[in-house]
Design a protein around this ligand. Structure first.
Ligand SMILES: *Cc1c(COP(=O)(O)O)cnc(C)c1O
Length: 313
């Protein structure tokens, strides 16, 4: 058998196993049985001297691995905020895996570049955000928040005449960050990675539903970033954007909205929940929750397209 035939057979076998797994989702326990978890020990062997036949690797992965999955790729999962994959998205993912594109630029992949541009335009239109916004695709809302917050800091410092790219942060004017008391842990993670310092974050008090209380909004100025939330992870609530954002903008602050799942309310019959969110400067959201695309896929959206591009290029 030629190696080409072997490759085709192996891919067909992977597909057969994948379809079998999908069929099992309707009946398998959502969380794997303890015995299946204990059986994962079989993977933990010393680094082998020699490789194994590909079909054997696939079989082990399926026999031991499939049994120890959380069946979140279906309608019976009610755990964290995690979406299943719709058939159309799963099918597209299969084809795209065969393409194996480096989607970094037009030269590396004309089709990826074209599809990203069109998808970005559609996303902005669906979400009712400014049409000039840049949309960057990345792995997670976490990474998208990181991208937006780096754009925010760089832009606020540039308005003060500070050259962030050249001089970095040593001696720079301090950019203050106001977060919600019920802000998602990944926003704090992004801020920490960027060097904002968890202890220096200013916390805006929230009501019982996790919404920032506008009467207690900390003071903001032209060196402030205000992080708001569309979709609090425990209550599903939205910050009162129409009230908060105009105040922040009047003070010269940058407003970022973490809308990992909730921003998509804008494209639903519940759009009114996020009224005023379009007034912000940047937004992060992902596809692998409410849109039911496969992991990973997310978008960093920024009103000032140059600010995002120059921070991340
Ligand atoms: C899930 C979630 C995130 C993080 O999203 P990832 O795409 O998994 O990084 C951030 N904020 C909120 C409110 C979330 O629900």
């Amino acid at each position: 058998m030629s190696s080409h035939d072997e490759e085709r057979q192996l891919l067909a076998e992977a597909d057969r196993r994948a379809l079998h797994y999908l069929d099992s989702i309707a009946t398998r326990p959502v969380f794997p049985p303890l015995a299946a978890i204990a059986a994962l020990r079989a993977f933990d062997e010393a680094l082998p001297e020699d490789g194994s036949p590909s079909s054997q690797v696939l079989q082990r992965l399926d026999d031991i691995g499939s049994a120890a999955t959380v069946a979140s790729n279906g309608p019976r999962y009610f755990g964290f905020v995690i979406g299943a994959t719709l058939p159309a998205a799963a099918a597209a993912e299969r084809l795209v895996l065969a393409w194996d594109q480096c989607a970094s630029s037009f030269d590396n992949s004309p089709v990826a570049d074209t599809l990203e541009r069109i998808a970005g335009r559609w996303i902005v239109e669906l979400l009712g955000l400014p049409s000039s916004s840049a949309v960057g695709f990345g792995p997670s809302a976490t990474a998208s928040t990181l991208a937006c917050l780096s754009a925010a800091r760089r832009a606020l410092l540039a308005r003060r005449g500070w050259d962030f790219d050249g001089d970095g942060l040593a001696g720079a004017p301090e950019v203050r960050v106001v977060i919600s008391a019920s802000c998602h842990v990944t926003v704090q993670k992004a801020l920490r990675i960027l060097g904002f310092g968890i202890k220096r974050l200013i916390v805006a008090p929230t009501d019982a539903q996790g919404r920032i209380d506008p009467t207690q909004l900390p003071e903001l100025d032209e060196l402030s970033i205000l992080c708001l939330q569309a979709g609090e992870v425990n209550t599903g609530e939205f910050d009162p954007f129409a009230e908060l954002i105009p105040r922040a903008k009047a003070a010269g602050a940058w407003v970022h909205v973490d809308g990992a799942f909730g921003l998509w309310a804008r494209a639903s019959s519940s759009a009114a929940l996020a009224d005023g969110v379009e007034l912000a400067d940047s937004w992060s959201t992902d596809g692998h929750k409410w849109l039911n695309t496969p992991y990973d896929g997310a978008m960093a959206i920024c009103r000032d397209a140059d600010a995002l591009a120059s921070a991340m290029n």
